[in-house]
Design a protein around this ligand. Structure first.
Ligand code: FAD
Ligand code: FES
Length: 275
C-alpha cells in the first residue's frame, strides 16, 4: 500500500503575481495526468527543505485539465520559499483532501459568495464551476472585501469587465481606499445592504478570516437566513490533512476530514457565534 504521507512530485508550470504578497501557481503532477477534485478541496504542498502546508485549489475541476491552480499568500517559511521558486521547479503535493463545497445541494438555488482577502481562493474554484454550469443555478452574486485596492486578489477576473464579472454580479469593497479607488469603502458586510439579497432559495458561501466570517454570519442571520443556508470554509492549523493526527480537531470534528466546509448549523459552537 502507498504511504499517504509521501508527496508526489509535481512541476510548477506557471506563476502569476496577483498582489504584492499573493501568487497563483499552475501545477501539474509529474507522473499523473490529472487530478480529480471538487471546488473547496485542498492540497498539501511541500517545498523541499522548508516544509509542507495546506492550500485550497483555486481552479475549477471543469473542464478537466492536466493542471490545478492554487493561490498562495506569503506567510512564513514554506510559503515564502514557494514564492521564491521559478517556473519548472519541482515541489511535492498530496491530496486532494477535505469534503469540498456541496455542489449538488447548491444546484437550483441562488448563491451569494462572500469572500475576504485570500479567502477568495477556494471560492474562485466554486465560482468558475457554477459559471461552467450556469443553467443549474439561479442568481449568482459575489461580495468581496480586501484591505486596500492593491490587495484585491484576482483583480482582472473580479472587476466588472473581467471573466467572472460577466457571469455574476460582483460587489467589491475595501477597508481603506487610495486616490484611484472610486468604489465602495467599508467592511464586506456593509455591502449586503446594497445588493438586494433575499434569503429565499439562496445559499450564502462564506470564506475568509474568522472575524470576517463571524460578522458576515451575524449580518446574514439578521437578514433572515437560516443556519443551514450559510456555508463556511474554515482554516485551522493542519499536519496530516486526512484525519490521522488530530491537529485540526475542534470538538469531535476534524476540519481536514469532516470539513473544511461546514454549514453554520454545524459550526455555531466552533466559531463562538452569538447564537
Ligand atoms: C484547509 C486550508 C486551506 C488553505 N488555503 C489557503 C490558500 O488557498 N491560500 C493561502 O495563501 N493560504 C491558505 N491556507 C493557509 C496556509 O496553509 C498557511 O498560510 C500556511 O500553512 C503557512 O505556512 P508557512 O510555513 O509559510 O508559515 P508558518 O511559519 O507555518 O506560519 C506563519 C504564520 O501563519 C500562521 N498560519 C500558519 N498556518 C495557518 C493556517 N492554517 N491558518 C491560519 N494561519 C496560519 C501562523 O500562525 C504564523 O503566524 C489554508 C489553510 C488551510 C488549513
Ligand atoms: S490535520 Fe491531521 S487530523 Fe486534521
Amino acid at each position: 500500500m502507498e504511504n499517504p504521507y509521501i508527496p508526489e512530485l509535481a512541476v510548477i508550470k506557471e506563476i502569476k503575481d496577483e498582489t504584492s504578497d499573493v501568487k497563483t501557481f499552475k501545477i501539474s503532477f509529474r507522473d499523473k495526468k490529472s487530478l480529480d477534485y471538487l471546488p473547496g478541496q485542498f492540497i498539501e504542498l511541500t517545498v523541499f527543505g522548508y516544509g509542507e502546508f495546506p492550500t485550497s485549489i483555486s481552479s475549477s475541476p471543469i473542464p478537466r485539465k492536466d493542471f490545478f491552480e492554487t493561490s498562495i499568500k506569503r506567510m512564513g517559511d514554506a510559503t515564502n520559499a514557494l514564492h521564491r521558486l521559478d517556473r519548472g521547479s519541482i515541489i511535492g503535493a498530496r491530496g486532494p483532501f477535505g469534503n469540498g463545497f456541496p455542489v449538488d445541494k447548491l444546484k437550483g438555488n441562488n448563491i451569494l459568495f462572500v469572500a475576504g482577502g485570500i479567502g477568495s481562493a477556494p471560492l474562485r474554484s466554486l465560482i468558475y464551476y457554477t459559471l461552467a454550469n450556469r443553467e443549474d443555478f439561479g442568481s449568482l452574486k459575489l461580495l468581496y472585501g480586501a484591505r486596500a485596492p492593491d490587495d484585491i486578489v484576482f483583480k482582472n477576473e473580479v472587476m466588472p469587465e473581467g471573466k467572472i464579472g460577466q457571469g455574476l454580479d460582483v460587489f467589491l469593497t475595501v477597508d481603506k481606499a487610495n486616490e484611484k479607488w472610486r468604489g465602495h469603502v467599508g467592511v464586506v458586510t456593509t455591502l449586503s445592504k446594497e445588493t438586494e439579497i433575499t434569503p429565499e432559495n439562496t445559499f450564502a458561501v462564506i470564506c475568509g478570516p474568522t472575524v470576517m466570517i463571524k460578522f458576515a454570519v451575524a449580518e446574514l442571520l439578521k437578514m433572515g437566513f437560516q443556519k443551514d443556508q450559510l456555508i463556511v470554509s474554515l482554516e485551522r492549523m493542519m499536519k496530516c490533512g486526512m484525519g490521522m493526527c488530530g491537529h485540526c480537531s475542534i470538538g469531535a470534528k476534524y476540519v481536514c476530514k469532516d470539513g473544511p466546509v461546514f454549514t453554520c448549523k454545524e459550526t455555531g459552537k466552533f466559531l463562538e457565534l452569538p447564537f
